[in-house]
Design a protein around this ligand. Structure first.
Ligand SMILES: [Zn+2]
Length: 291
């Protein structure tokens, strides 16, 4: 753990960064998090991947760790897998943000009749970022029940981190097609494609090139773990450089099967230069969230 901490500190110091901004970290009600961990524990048989959680600690210890890494701002990504759950998760996240000033107040939604109402309430309560998970939620983002949600987020300019790629496991509504149809109707939606859109990397980069408010988070991309089974194509590296102002550090802390520093090392070895790293690990998110 000490080595991990030192490696992160060296990375920040070398780049002269005041700290990191991590747009994709998970904090959620304890019993939900236990279920997520149980899922990863059993993911081996499902995906053929062993997924040991590196930071399986109590909440206060996880917070202390992130801060010790020099993470200035982070999120509490949470998401429902069924109806009548999102409003309850949002209440928890509002309370978490209130007692955790360095957490960007996060909220979520599900296609259900009151989605427009509780999303508006979350925005009015100060939500800065939303999370949508199309694989776990198993819903079509074009469900008419979500029309008011996408419209509101596009109008208010509030980013929504969306797990819309088909990795590590595909879903009925994952892949670039469904979310591209949402963007066609809401071209100003500040969509953040989680995990760089793995494994459909190139197609999601195309969406970012087409829509100026589309960004991607680095969560788990480029790491040894992911490169083993969903490698990022070398031929796409120039597009990463060109979209350097649209890529944001995300990690999936604490649910990662390797140390936090490895995600940073994975970005560093892309060899896209220090200004690119500074933008991705701090400056882009700072500008987006007005930190
Ligand atoms: Zn995640």
């Amino acid at each position: 753990m000490g080595d991990d901490h030192d490696a992160v500190a060296r990375f920040r110091q070398r780049l002269g960064l005041p700290g990191l901004i991590d747009v994709h970290t998970h904090f959620m009600p304890e019993r939900v998090l236990r279920k997520v961990w149980a899922y990863f524990d059993s993911a081996g048989p499902l995906t053929g991947l062993e997924w040991p959680i590196t930071y399986r600690h109590e909440e206060d210890e996880r917070l202390a760790l992130l801060r010790s890494f020099g993470v200035l701002r982070f999120t509490s990504m949470l998401y429902p897998h069924k109806p009548s759950m999102a409003a309850w998760l949002n209440a928890w996240a509002a309370d978490f943000a209130a007692r955790t000033p360095d957490c960007l107040h996060t909220a979520t939604f599900f296609p259900e009749p009151d989605a427009g109402t509780y999303v508006r309430e979350a925005v009015e309560a100060g939500a800065r970022v939303f999370k949508a998970h199309l694989q776990v939620g198993a819903y079509d983002p074009n469900d008419p029940l979500l029309d008011p949600v996408w419209g509101l987020l596009a109008e208010a300019g509030i980013p929504v981190v969306t797990h819309c790629g088909s990795g590590p496991a595909p879903g009925k509504h994952t892949g670039p097609g469904p979310i591209a149809r949402v963007l066609a109707r809401h071209p100003r939606l500040p969509l953040i494609v989680a995990h760089m859109g793995m494994p459909e990397y190139g197609e999601f980069l195309t969406l970012a090139e087409r829509y100026p408010e589309v960004r991607l988070d680095t969560t788990m991309a480029f790491t040894d773990f992911t490169e083993d089974f969903m490698p990022f194509p070398k031929a796409e590296h120039p597009r990463l450089a060109d979209l350097g102002d649209r890529i944001l550090l995300g990690t999936d802390f604490p649910n990662i099967p390797y140390p936090y520093a490895h995600q940073l090392h994975a970005l560093e070895r892309l060899d896209l230069g220090d200004p690119w790293l500074r933008a991705v690990c701090h400056d882009n998110a700072k500008a987006l969230f007005g930190v």
